[in-house]
Design a protein around this ligand. Structure first.
Ligand code: PPS
Length: 305
């Protein structure tokens, strides 16, 4: 596309996006996943993790990419150039991702150690070798309301996911857990419980917003690194929403399945955006359901800062 005018490039991208057929959905143990993933389930489930693998796990739209970039910069001692060596999805294979030509498992198997991998799988679907090899895991969680809003907009722009329908329809779908990677409630609670018996650093998007340096330091310590204050400051700056939004290696701008003109991948990056989306009724219903779902856990979230 070299030499093509910018608006022509955009037009071509739009056309290509329109031609991608929507991905089919199926289930593994009652959890909705792409049919591609379900058809490859044996290969995913039997993935062989190595003891020095690091896994970044999350419910979709909880702050995965942000955490990935922080981890990568810490591993590279704050070397910005090095972290811009490749788009984030190539630096960290997405375990359960499957396409015709390649898959997250193939990418992971081809990668030299030490590897950093990404997953959105709920706890019960994580390949058992991660537990057997006692791999370090960083889990990031985000309050359900903002997570839902972010997921809704992501489903409007990403052909890899089902069309979310209207906001009102999506609200019901999300509450019933009939979304890809399953129920938010089961996901965050399952991983929270597991951290008592496995090396899991459980992060919160809201805490990362409130005090990014403190949270980045936690990650650094979990990874067994010791970086100088000025390096930490550099990492804070380079993982801000504004910098990552303009960084082609973190903003998925060249991902063919994502139509950023419908909603950008780096959309708003705030806490409390749900207030612009939820109706009063939805908020009331949500709060009632939330109480019931979260009655059996010590896990709690901030919905605003
Ligand atoms: S994915 O597709 O599941 O990997 O998406 P994920 O990266 O988990 O989540 C995307 C949301 O995270 C926001 N984001 C950030 N917020 C604050 N600071 C930084 N640096 C940052 N990077 C990504 C991104 O904007 C999405 O949230 P919304 O609310 O949609 O803006």
């Amino acid at each position: 596309m070299e030499g093509m005018a910018k608006d022509k490039v955009e037009e071509t991208k739009e056309l290509e996006w329109a031609l991608i057929p929507p991905r089919e959905v199926s289930q593994v143990d009652g959890v909705f996943l792409e049919k591609n993933m379900c058809n490859n389930w044996d290969k995913i489930w039997n993935f062989q993790a190595k003891p020095d693998d690091l896994l970044i796990a999350s419910y979709p739209k909880a702050g995965t990419t942000w955490t990935q970039e922080i981890v990568d910069l810490i591993q590279n001692n704050g070397d910005i150039e090095n972290s811009r060596r490749a788009p984030i999805h190539l630096r960290h294979p997405f375990l359960e991702w499957v396409r015709v030509v390649n898959s997250g498992i193939d990418e992971a198997n081809a990668m030299p150690s030490p590897r950093t991998l990404k997953t959105h799988l709920p706890i019960q679907l994580l390949p058992p070798s991660f537990w057997e090899k006692k791999c370090k895991i960083i889990y990031v969680a985000r309050n359900a309301k903002d997570n839902m809003v972010s997921y809704y907009y992501f489903q409007t722009m990403n052909k890899g996911l089902p069309d979310p329908g209207s906001w009102d329809e999506y609200f019901e779908t999300f509450m019933s857990g009939k979304v890809m990677w399953g129920s938010w409630f089961d996901h965050v609670k399952g991983w929270w419980k597991k951290k008592d018996s496995h090396p899991i650093l459980y992060l919160f998007y809201e805490e990362m917003m409130k005090d990014p340096k403190r949270e980045i330091r936690k990650v650094m310590e979990f990874l067994g690194k010791n970086l100088k204050e000025e390096v930490l400051d550099k990492i804070v700056n380079n993982t801000s929403f504004a910098v990552m939004k303009n960084n082609p290696m973190t903003n998925y701008i060249n991902d063919i399945e994502m139509n950023h003109s419908l909603s950008p991948f780096m959309r708003k990056g705030v806490v409390g955006d749900w207030k612009n989306q939820f109706t009063e009724d939805q908020n009331k219903r949500f709060n009632e359901d939330y109480e019931k779902h979260m009655a059996d856990t010590s896990l709690s979230f901030f919905e605003e800062l």
